[in-house]
Write a protein that binds this ligand. Structure first.
Ligand code: G3P
Length: 216
């Protein structure tokens, strides 16, 4: 399973990259706004800065919702760097845009996916990635991991190449369960990635080894 970081924060990206396990980055308008990135020039520069940090796919989201504008925006985003993947919302014009991008050699990540039907449509249109939002599904008392399992089963028996990118990860257990459920990628905030390191028995065991090492 590949690890992406879900942030527009350059320090968090650097920290995950320094661990040596980072395969890519996803962003969204909320994450860009959180970093105070405003205006087209700064937005494009920020994506370029992320691409310079990480040698892996970087999802950059279109801000428009009609076909023509999404295509125009996506072309500009894709021109920033070869690793840019255009992130497109799961709406009717979004599916049309994903098909257009697929036909023109531009890879896409279909975002805001909350059902298997939506995932099938995105895969049919040729999306490179489909992003089920498992945390938000759990927030509404549905089962996000069950959706990953369902999409994984469908893609496997139907032979779709689209990769399942588990998004809206809220904790380390989401990462482990997504891996079990067949996600190809998890995109996670830095604290969820770092949370995978933690186990109290590791800390207790290491403290004992270091103490005993003094007697060696
Ligand atoms: O990038 C999309 C997704 O990961 C958002 O996560 O925590 O806002 O539901 P969250």
């Amino acid at each position: 399973m590949k690890f992406f970081i879900d942030t527009a924060n350059l320090s968090h990206i650097k920290e995950a990259h320094d661990l040596g396990i980072l395969d890519g980055v996803t962003t969204n308008p909320s994450l860009m706004a959180k970093e105070g990135i405003k205006g087209e020039e700064n937005i494009l520069k920020h994506y370029a800065d992320i691409c310079a940090l990480v040698d892996g796919d970087v999802s950059a989201e279109v801000l428009s919702t009609d076909f023509e504008s999404m295509v125009a925006e996506g072309k500009i985003l894709a021109a920033i760097h070869k690793n840019i993947v255009v992130k497109v919302p799961m709406i009717k014009d979004g599916i049309k845009a994903i098909k257009w991008f697929t036909d023109h050699g531009i890879r896409t990540n279909c975002t805001l996916v909350f059902s298997a039907g939506q995932a099938i449509l995105a895969a049919k249109a040729g999306a490179a990635y489909v992003s089920p939002f498992i945390g938000r599904i759990d927030d509404s008392s549905w089962d996000g991991i069950a959706l990953i399992e369902q999409i994984s089963h469908i893609f496997s028996i139907q032979g779709f190449d689209t990769e399942i990118l588990a998004a809206s990860i809220r904790n380390p257990l989401h990462i482990v369960r997504s891996a079990e459920a067949g996600a190809h990628i998890c995109t996670c905030p830095l604290d969820s990635i770092m949370g995978l390191l933690k186990h109290p028995l590791t800390d207790i065991g290491l403290a004992k080894f270091l103490e005993d090492a003094k007697k060696m």
